[in-house]
Design a protein around this ligand. Structure first.
Ligand code: SAM
Length: 284
C-alpha cells in the first residue's frame, strides 16, 4: 500500500477478537495483511493474528508508557504515505485501550481515519445480557480504591441508562457488593465473563444475588468480565426523592444513628447508605 505521491496514508482502526480467533473479520485480516505498519499495544500478542505475508510489516509498539513518542513516529509515517493499522490486545482499540491521541493527531494532520469494526466486550455483553439497550452509559474501569469506587457508583445512582463497567473478574465480589449498597440490592444486573472463550458465562440477576453467586464460585472470580446494571427506574427515582426528604426531616429531629435506622427501614436502604445521607444533612 506504499504510495509514491505526496498523498498521506490511512489510519485503520482494526478491531480484533476477544478470545476466539475466528472472530477476526475477513476485512480486518485483509487490512492487517496489507498495512505497511502495524501499531500494537503488545506486538507479541498481535503477531498471532497476522496472516502469512511475503513482506512483513513494520511493527510499532503503542502503549501508555511511550504514547507521545510513538504517536509522532506514526504520524510521520502516514504523512510519508504509509498505511498504519492500529490494533489493541483484544477488542476495539481506544475503548479503554490506547489510541486516542493517535486518532486525535491524525485528524489534526488531515490524515484519513477509518474503522474496521468488530468485537468489543462491552457491546458483546450488552447484546446478550437481557437489559435495556436503547440507552447505555459506558463507564470503563471503576477506581481501584474502595472509597473512590463507592463515590463513583453513588454518583451514577440516578442515571437512567444501562450502566456498563469493565471489571477484572477477581474484583467482581467487592464491585458487586459496593454496587448493591450504592444503587440498591434489587437492581437487575448481568455479568458477562470470558466472553467468546471456553468458559464463557453470562448471568443475569439482582445485584445482591449476583454478588453471593460470584462469592460462592471461585471460577467466577477468574478472567475478564463486563458488568452491566439496569438504569434507575421512575419508581426508584421517585422513591429516592422521598427518602431524601425523609432523611432531611429525620436528621433535623433525631440523633444520626436513630435517624439512619429509621431511614434504612422505611426507605428500604442499606444502613451505611442511610447513615451517609443523614450525615449529609447534618453538615448542611
Ligand atoms: N478494547 C477492549 C474492548 O473493545 O472491549 C477492552 C480493553 S480493556 C483494557 C480490557 C477489559 O475488557 C477487561 O478487563 C474486561 O473488563 C473486558 N474484556 C475484554 N475481553 C473480555 C472477554 N472476553 N470477556 C469479558 N470481558 C472482557
Amino acid at each position: 500500500m506504499t504510495r509514491t505521491s505526496a498523498e498521506p496514508g490511512t489510519l485503520w482502526i482494526v478491531a480484533t477478537p476477544l478470545g476466539n480467533l475466528d472472530d477476526l473479520s475477513p476485512r480486518a485480516r485483509d487490512v492487517l495483511a496489507e498495512a505497511d505498519v502495524i501499531a500494537a499495544e503488545d506486538t507479541r500478542v498481535s503477531r498471532k493474528l497476522l496472516p502469512p505475508r511475503e513482506k512483513p510489516p513494520r511493527w510499532v509498539a503503542l502503549h501508555d508508557h511511550n504514547e507521545s513518542r510513538a504517536v509522532e513516529e506514526l504520524i510521520e509515517l502516514m504523512i510519508g504515505g504509509r498505511d498504519v493499522a492500529l490494533v489493541s490486545d483484544a477488542g476495539t482499540p481506544l475503548i479503554s485501550d490506547p489510541g486516542y491521541r493517535l486518532v486525535d493527531r491524525a485528524h489534526a494532520a488531515g490524515i484519513r481515519v477509518s474503522p474496521v469494526p468488530g468485537p468489543c466486550a462491552a457491546i458483546a455483553a450488552l447484546s446478550a445480557a437481557g437489559l435495556a439497550c436503547d440507552r447505555f452509559c459506558f463507564e470503563g474501569f471503576l477506581p481501584a480504591k474502595a472509597g473512590q469506587r463507592r463515590k463513583r457508583l453513588e454518583s451514577l445512582s440516578r442515571e437512567r441508562a444501562t450502566l456498563m463497567f469493565y471489571v477484572p473478574a477477581r474484583d467482581l465480589v467487592p464491585v458487586l457488593t459496593d454496587a448493591a449498597a450504592a444503587l440498591g440490592a434489587n437492581r437487575l444486573a448481568a455479568v458477562g465473563r470470558e466472553l467468546t472463550k471456553r468458559f464463557e458465562t453470562i448471568r443475569r440477576d439482582r445485584l445482591e444475588a449476583l454478588a453471593a453467586w460470584v462469592q460462592g464460585d471461585p471460577d467466577q472470580q477468574r478472567g475478564e468480565a463486563v458488568l452491566l446494571i439496569e438504569g434507575a427506574t421512575d419508581e426508584a427515582l421517585a422513591r429516592s426523592l422521598d427518602t431524601t426528604l425523609l432523611a432531611r426531616e429525620l436528621a433535623a429531629e433525631l440523633p444520626p444513628a436513630r435517624a439512619a435506622r429509621i431511614l434504612a427501614r422505611v426507605g428500604g436502604m442499606d444502613r451505611r447508605e442511610a447513615f451517609a445521607l443523614v450525615e449529609s444533612f447534618r453538615d448542611a
